[in-house]
Design a protein around this ligand. Sequence first.
Ligand SMILES: [Zn+2]
Length: 132
Amino acid sequence: MRDALWGSIMHERSLVQTLLNQVQQIVADDGGGVVKEIQMQVGDLSGVEPLLFESAFTELAREWFSKECRLVLEIVPVKAECRLCGQCFEVQKFEFLCPACGTGPVEVIQGDQVKLMSITVDSENTVTGAKL
Ligand SMILES: [Zn+2]
C-alpha cells in the first residue's frame, strides 16, 4: 500500500514536470512572461489523481514559475461508444458495457487524456495549449 502510494506520487510528479516543461516552451515561444494560471483537463480514466497532481504542481510550479501560479483542473467524465450499435454513453464506475445492446465491444472516446487547455501569462495573454 505504501509502495503503491509512493509510486503514484512519483507518477504525478513526472507528469507535472512534463507539463511545466511544455508550458515553459510555449510561453518562451510566445515571447515570455510570468505564468499566472494553467488550465487543464484531466480525464477520469487518465490515471491522474487530481489531488496528488495539484500538490505536485504547487511544489514544482513555485520553483519553476512563481508563487502566484495557479492550476485549474477540469475533470472530464469517461465516455465510450459501442462499436456494435454505435450507442454513446457515460461510463460509470468503470462499467464498460453498452447500455443499449449490452454486448458490443466499446471504445473510450473521452476521459482518458490529460490535456493542456490554456496558459495565462502576466500580460493577460492567453496561449492555447496542446495535448500532453
Ligand atoms: Zn451497443
